[in-house]
Design a protein around this ligand. Structure first.
Ligand SMILES: Nc1nc2c(ncn2[C@@H]2O[C@H](COP(=O)(O)OP(=O)(O)OP(=O)(O)O)[C@@H](O)[C@H]2O)c(=O)[nH]1
Ligand SMILES: [Mg+2]
Length: 223
């Protein structure tokens, strides 16, 4: 019984994700599903990204949290459009929540939508939101063993952003081991080393986002 119910939930999510993908395609939007454990720095990276790309890339952010509007307020004050989803207890966003939230964004004026998922390295991996890229943020203070312990999420990543590198010397984070584990699990993933605090590596990350935006704009225009 539990298995049947679960497969129904995933099936209806899949239908909503297909509809989202069609809508995003129609608008030529790049859409990123950003996932990590709580506190790894997703919102801080997005604040830096919005400031860095201001005037170049129009960004909308959908903030997913169990409760509060704190993250959406932070994003709005960094200059990007922001809308908050409160899941009221659910540990992940699903495609129908995103479908409702994008209606609050001026889609035709945007180039890029980033969905900051609920902080959790497990549940969000199972829910396609209609995104065209999945980005995992891992901070050095969490330890370099996370890809081996949460392989489902890391295997699906289009890019992995290792954050808080300004703190690396105060931790036992093994950079070479992390690189090897990612190579073994998901060799196609782009790896970025950043500090959202100091700005280190943020330029390279933003260049990658700009390339994704250009590709999506090109394909929407039939190029
Ligand atoms: N030293 C340092 N601190 C950082 C960095 N990035 C974020 N922080 C701090 O880490 C804490 C959590 O950052 P957030 O951006 O709120 O993390 P989050 O992933 O959005 O958290 P949730 O939305 O709760 O899952 C804050 O106190 C940030 O100031 C960084 O690169 N270096
Ligand atoms: Mg956040």
């Amino acid at each position: 019984m539990r298995v049947v119910l679960r497969s129904k939930v995933l099936q209806s999510n899949e239908q909503a994700a297909v509809a989202n993908r069609e809508l995003f395609g129609k608008h030529g939007l790049a859409v990123i599903n950003m996932m990590s454990s709580p506190g790894s720095g997703k919102t801080t990276i997005l604040e830096q990204t919005a400031r860095t790309l201001q005037g170049e890339v129009k960004i909308g952010v959908i903030e997913g949290d169990i409760q509060s509007t704190l993250d959406a307020e932070r994003i709005a004050s960094s200059g990007a459009e922001a809308v908050q989803i409160n899941t009221e207890g659910a540990c992940h966003l699903d495609a129908s929540m995103v479908a409702a939230a994008v209606q609050e964004l001026p889609m035709s004026e945007l180039d890029l939508i980033v969905v900051e998922n609920v902080g959790n390295l497990v549940c969000p991996a199972e829910f396609d939101l209609g995104e065209d890229a999945r980005v995992i943020v891992l901070s050095v203070t969490e330890g370099n063993d996370k890809p081996l312990k949460y392989p489902v999420m890391f295997r699906q990543a289009t890019a992995i952003v290792v954050n808080k590198v300004d703190l690396i010397e105060h931790t036992d984070f093994d950079r070479a081991a992390l690189e090897q584990d990612i190579k073994d699990l998901n060799p196609r993933a782009q790896l970025f080393w950043v500090s959202a605090r100091t700005g280190e590596g943020i330029g390279e990350w933003c260049e990658w986002l700009k390339r994704r935006v250009a590709i999506r704009r090109g394909s929407a225009a039939g190029v």
